[in-house]
Design a protein around this ligand. Structure first.
Ligand code: SAM
Ligand code: DTB
Ligand code: SF4
Length: 351
């Protein structure tokens, strides 16, 4: 039993490959055992994404529809106004999301960008939601400024293994990513860091990516596992589809090597069957993006997600601070419909 709770930072790639290589049922049993020993089971945390600045990104990430280098037909947009952020966050909260994530297509934010995002963070916080941002590379000072504005989580992915990384991105290094993660951690922010499956990487690359994450000085609180969304116009548009069982295996291994982390079943859900998603939950995924859109691509609609969670007997996981904020609100503020779509399960720690 002890082993199920053990948080390790000395994983070798070979050990993780051996986890992947187990018979599917043995891997799922191990992942589910670790999950139950470390997480409130039958509960899933829900975040809603908003792209606060879309397109025209100078980076060359081969998977990304927002890079200025690829013609993906995306309308480029300037920073969204504060009013719209407030409206979208309130709608997300009313639909049942507990965290609001703001994403910007920047290599790294400028000084005025950080100030503008800090104002957005304050607005979202005032609604009693958790806040998350993903804005590209950050300096230690920028990370502290965002923390001071009330940011709870910063998302910055390693995306893939250090060995495969150069095939996907050339405009910034793996070490740049690790430096940003260190700045985020040092500022006292919760770290959200994961990667993408389905870019042509090998199983060893997946093991190496998970080893990188698990061997960080502290495990990320949140680990998004994205299935590549193959967007026409990007260099990876023609990649072949990932074997769904290999995707589930990646979730299961992430759960085993990072027992206390929230593992997020992220991009790619729109094209997954309910049955495949439920296998991901069984493998230890316990957070999702909720709402019709990710940043620029689609996500299952709210009704489909509510129905799926309800059919599986899964409840929304509500962090204590969010539950407290909800409890202190009048039941029907400003004539809005009350925002309690499903019975909630209260989390005991932040993830
Ligand atoms: N520009 C910032 C950055 O790169 O850190 C923030 C936004 S970026 C879109 C956030 C993450 O979304 C990427 O690191 C990548 O893991 C994920 N992502 C982007 N496009 C994707 C796609 N087509 N399929 C799956 N995940 C994707
Ligand atoms: C993450 O790992 N996945 C989210 C979030 N972090 C920002 C983004 C997925 C983006 C998928 C492609 C798009 O919608 O543009
Ligand atoms: Fe830019 Fe982020 Fe897309 Fe890379 S992933 S092109 S940095 S928006």
């Amino acid at each position: 039993m002890d082993k199920l709770n053990q948080v390790r930072h000395d994983w070798t790639v070979a050990e993780i490959e051996a986890l992947f290589a187990q018979p599917f049922s043995d891997l799922m049993f191990q992942a589910q055992s670790v999950h139950r020993a470390n997480q409130p089971h039958n509960a899933v945390q829900m975040s809603t994404l908003l792209s606060i600045k879309t397109g025209a990104c100078p980076e060359d990430c081969a998977y990304c529809p927002q890079s200025v280098r690829y013609d993906t037909g995306l309308e480029r947009e300037t920073l969204v106004p504060l009013d719209e952020v407030r409206t979208r966050a309130r709608a997300a909260k009313d639909a049942g999301a507990t965290r609001f994530c703001m994403g910007a297509a920047w290599r790294s934010p400028k000084k005025r960008d950080v100030e503008a995002v800090a104002a957005m963070i304050r607005e979202v916080r005032a609604l009693g939601m958790e806040t998350c941002a993903t804005l590209g590379m950050l300096t230690p000072d920028q990370a502290r400024e965002l923390k001071d504005a009330g940011l709870d989580f910063y998302n910055h992915n390693v995306d893939t293994s250090p060995e495969f990384y150069g095939e996907i991105i050339t405009t910034r290094t793996y070490q740049d990513r690790l430096d940003t993660l260190a700045a985020v951690r040092d500022a006292g922010l919760n770290v959200c860091c994961g990667g993408i499956v389905g870019m042509g990487e090998t199983q060893t690359d997946r093991a190496s990516m998970l080893a990188t994450l698990a061997n960080l000085p502290e495990h990320p609180e949140s680990v998004p596992i994205n299935q590549l969304v193959r967007v026409p116009g990007t260099p990876l548009a023609g990649e072949k589809e990932v074997d769904p069982f290999d995707f589930v295996r990646t979730i299961a291994v992430a759960r085993i090597v990072m027992p206390k982390a929230s593992v997020r079943l992220s991009a790619g859900r729109e094209s997954m069957s309910d049955e495949l998603q439920s296998l991901c939950f069984l493998a230890g995924a316990n957070s999702i993006f909720y709402g019709e859109k990710l940043l620029t691509t689609g996500n299952p609609d709210v009704e489909r997600d509510r129905a799926l969670l309800s059919r599986l007997g899964i409840q929304p996981l509500v962090p204590p601070a969010v539950a407290a904020a909800r409890a202190s609100e009048p039941s029907e503020p400003h004539g809005r419909a009350p925002a309690r779509p499903m019975a909630a399960c209260s989390a005991t720690r932040q993830r």
